[in-house]
Each structure stands twice: as structure tokens, then as C-alpha cells.
Design a protein around this ligand. Structure first.
Ligand SMILES: [Zn+2]
Length: 243
């Protein structure tokens, strides 16, 4: 016997639409698809509150909807390969190290993160940062979208700013993103601020994740700054809720 299709009730879904402007502004057809994806997310992935945080059902539903928003067009398969969402109360510290093979020098430092996506492990978010995004839905930030973009990037085995796509599209994507990334890095180096977070210059992977946040929460800004990237993201994620 097939397992019953997981559901999110009408009242529960109304809460999600009220709490998350990015969801509330979707048209009815896309909302219905997102609702089914979010229910499947809750049925198949573990949502774990870490530290002193507790998460009620309403918060879990919000998290599930945010994590599924980037796969609205790609499909639930875009979330394969991991099963756990860990949510910290606030930004969290991680220890980093880098060994320079040429000099033999080991550098260690601490990073403070709002989210993290492990290549073969959980997705991690800070609830305080998620809440900040909900309070300012058109502010250009959405940490859940950012981390899921990294997961989509990893589907082809390499974190390089190009997700799993049909071959021709992947080639065009890689070319257009590389051009836009090079131009963006040159702007950042020159101190030329076009409103896109300079963190996008950290690498092609961060460039994809950061521009994904703008696609959802500040699409006009993204389109004005880098139209070719905006076109690819529109095709990949579907129409922005704020377009
Ligand atoms: Zn990132």
C-alpha cells in the first residue's frame, strides 16, 4: 500500500502565507505546489532545534516552506542527498583551518555564520537570521534560499556556482555567470557599490547563492545590476514573488 500523501492543513498553510511574504505573494497554483513540497519536506526530513532553541509547529512549517521555495520549479528531487535541517538560535561559530601546501603554514580562524550547507550532511540555519529575513522580505537577504542554493549547486558533485542543468543551459549559465562574476569582482575591487552584497565576490559558489537571495527578495535590483544572471535565475527558480 502506498504511503498517504503528507499534508499541511488549511489553517496551517494560511499561517505560512501570513508569516512568509515570499510565499504569500506567490500565485495560487505555485502556492499549492509549494504546500505539497513543504508537507513532503516535513514528512521526510528531520528538523532539529539546537542549543536553547525550541521550534513550534508553526516555525517548522515556515522553515519547510522557505527550504522548498528554491525547488518550486526544479522539484523535490533538488533536495536529495541530505535529511536533516539543524536550526541554531542565533548565528553560530565554526572553526576553520587552511593548510598552505607551499609554505606548510596552517592557518586557523573562527567564522560566524547565519547558515551552512554541508556537502554530504545537514543544512544549518540560524533562527534569528531567518526571522530577520521574514521581517524584511524585500531586503535582498534570505539565508534559507542561500543555503539551499548551495545544496542545488552540489547536486552535480562540484560547488562551482553551476547547479545541475541540461547541458546546453549549463554551458550558457557557466559563461554568463563567469562574466558577471568577473565584472562584479572588478566593481568590488574598485569600490563601486551597485547594491549587491560584496560577499558574492567570495567565489563563484557564493555568487550564485547571494544572487539567488536577490532573485527572490530584490529582483529589480538584481536585474538592474546583472540582467543575464537575473534571466537564468528567473528560468531556474520561476518568477520572483516580488517581480
Ligand atoms: Zn554561502
Amino acid at each position: 500500500m502506498a504511503a498517504p500523501t503528507p499534508q499541511l492543513g488549511d489553517a496551517e498553510w494560511r499561517h505560512v502565507c501570513a508569516d512568509v511574504a515570499l510565499v504569500g505573494r506567490l500565485d495560487a497554483e505555485r502556492q499549492a505546489r509549494l504546500r505539497a513540497l513543504a508537507a513532503r519536506f516535513l514528512a521526510t526530513k528531520t528538523v532539529t532545534a539546537a542549543g536553547a532553541l525550541t521550534l513550534d509547529a508553526r516555525q517548522r512549517h515556515v522553515l519547510a516552506a522557505l527550504c522548498c521555495l528554491p525547488v518550486l520549479e526544479f522539484g523535490f528531487d533538488g533536495l536529495r542527498g541530505w535529511s536533516q535541517l539543524i536550526v541554531y538560535p542565533d548565528a553560530f561559530r565554526v572553526n576553520r583551518s587552511h593548510h598552505d601546501d607551499a609554505t606548510g603554514v596552517l592557518t586557523e580562524w573562527e567564522d560566524e555564520l547565519a547558515g551552512e550547507a554541508w556537502s554530504d550532511g545537514p543544512l544549518i540555519l540560524s533562527w534569528r537570521d531567518v526571522e530577520g529575513d521574514l521581517d524584511d522580505p524585500e531586503g535582498g537577504c534570505c539565508v534559507a534560499v542561500h543555503e539551499v542554493a548551495h545544496k542545488l549547486d552540489l547536486l552535480d558533485g562540484v560547488l562551482d556556482g553551476t547547479p545541475l542543468l541540461p547541458r546546453d543551459w549549463q554551458r550558457a549559465w557557466a559563461r554568463d555567470f563567469q562574466q558577471a562574476y568577473d565584472a562584479f569582482c572588478a566593481d568590488v575591487d574598485a569600490g563601486d557599490d551597485r547594491g549587491i552584497d560584496a560577499y558574492a565576490a567570495e567565489g563563484p559558489d557564493e555568487f550564485f547563492a547571494v544572487t539567488s537571495e536577490y532573485h527572490f527578495s530584490a529582483p529589480a535590483l538584481l536585474r538592474g545590476a546583472m540582467p543575464a544572471v537575473a534571466d537564468h535565475l528567473h528560468r531556474f527558480y520561476g518568477r520572483s514573488p516580488f517581480a
